[in-house]
Design a binder for this molecule. Structure first.
Ligand code: G6P
Length: 365
């Protein structure tokens, strides 16, 4: 297949902009738009005791977001582990658990090895992959493709939001199968999910504002990303994207851990990106914002309209993403952090699609 960048400078930029359409394809595969019900086939979620997700890199972070959603909606225990750790530590496994390999390429060596380890323990296996002809897909009992089209940029963007979309559909389906929600709530949640592509597109519309912020961030030596709940996972993703393509040192932290270490790094030269939609964690994140500002930290507050109204004064910049149901906030908040990393890398003149020392698919240990 001939891959075209179209009018974009880089594949990564194109793939960020592809996300509304990519997620629409993903979601269409897992919901029935006539009935507004989920359609996640191959696994009986009612009879499951737990889920074990194994993955690397950005796919691991998508798994972390899945854990929040599946545990809170479906009351089904989920473990997520970095595949390279999992495979070497003799994890305590149960046969009545579902192993999920989350992998864009379906070829990551550590993820494959961890997945085989689960299969050998008698676990049922599911693969959430983009490459449906891959080794991981071939070995899985069930394949749940992410359907976002080929991803060329080494730093994953559209595969990430597609993976998260599948996780959301699984969370709703499992909640329904386990009797945690009724049919009407299932339909409400499915409609929220179906609305995600439009909101992602709106969030991508913040690109102009984010470009301006990127010019400032490009001067930083260190950048800190903070968030709570699913936003703590997205904080990791924001930091990962930035370091991967701009080579600026960045750390993502659960905001509650601020006091246990990272606050020591805060000074006037440290931009702090706080991801805080107006959800049940908002007040706590806002107080963390005040704490870092009191120490001179330059805060970029990424929130939604309600959060912007309630934010403490004093942020250097407030980025107002579209408001949405917490079910899809990880999808909507992804675009701003991806665009930020992208534009910082462009300002720095970095090779966005082929960052140094990184590979699209890591097939060695
Ligand atoms: C590499 C890529 C990342 C990707 C990770 C896992 O590090 O650069 O973008 O998230 O591998 O890849 P996978 O194909 O298993 O999702």
């Amino acid at each position: 297949v001939l891959m075209e960048k179209g009018n974009y400078r880089h594949f990564m930029e194109k793939e960020i902009h592809d996300q509304p359409e990519g997620c629409q394809h993903t979601i269409a595969a897992y919901v029935d738009t006539l009935t507004d019900r989920t359609r996640v086939e191959g696994i009986d979620f009612a009879g499951l005791e737990r889920i074990q997700i194994v993955a690397c890199g950005t796919s691991y972070i998508a798994g972390m977001i899945g854990r929040y959603l599946i545990e809170s909606l479906a009351d089904l225990p989920v473990d997520v582990e970095i595949a390279s750790e999992f495979r070497y530590r003799n994890p305590s496994l149960r046969a009545n658990a579902l192993a999920i390999a989350m992998s864009q390429s379906g070829e990551t060596a550590d993820t494959l090895a961890a997945f085989r380890h689960c299969a050998q323990a008698g676990m049922k296996t599911a693969a959430i992959v983009n490459a449906t002809e891959s080794t991981i897909a071939r070995e899985a009992d069930v394949v749940w493709p992410i359907h976002c089209g080929p991803e060329i940029g080494v730093a994953s963007t559209k595969a990430f939001t597609a993976q998260v979309s599948v996780m959301i559909a699984i969370a709703i389906a499992a909640a329904k199968a386990r009797g945690r929600i009724d049919g009407a709530e299932e339909q409400r949640l499915v409609r929220v999910l179906l609305g995600a592509p439009r909101l992602i597109a709106e969030a991508i519309g913040l690109e102009g504002a984010i470009k301006d912020i990127a010019a400032e961030i490009a001067k930083a030596r260190d950048v800190l990303y903070l968030g709570r709940g699913p936003m703590s996972a997205l904080a990791l993703e924001g930091a990962l994207k930035l370091k991967e393509i701009s080579y600026i040192h960045a750390e993502g932290y659960a905001a509650g851990e601020l006091k246990h270490g990272p606050i020591a790094l805060v000074d006037e030269a440290t931009p702090i990106i706080i991801l805080a939609p107006y959800d049940s964690w908002f007040e706590k994140s806002a107080s963390n914002m005040s704490e870092v500002m009191a120490r001179g930290g330059q805060v970029v507050f990424i929130t939604d309209p309600e959060g912007a109204r309630h934010a403490p004064a004093g942020a250097k910049v407030v980025v107002t993403a579209p408001g949405c149901d917490p079910l899809i906030s990880a999808l909507v908040m992804s675009a701003p952090i991806q665009l930020l990393a992208y534009h910082v890398a462009v300002v720095k003149g970095a090779d966005v699609d082929q960052p140094r020392n990184l590979a699209k698919s890591v097939t060695v240990e």
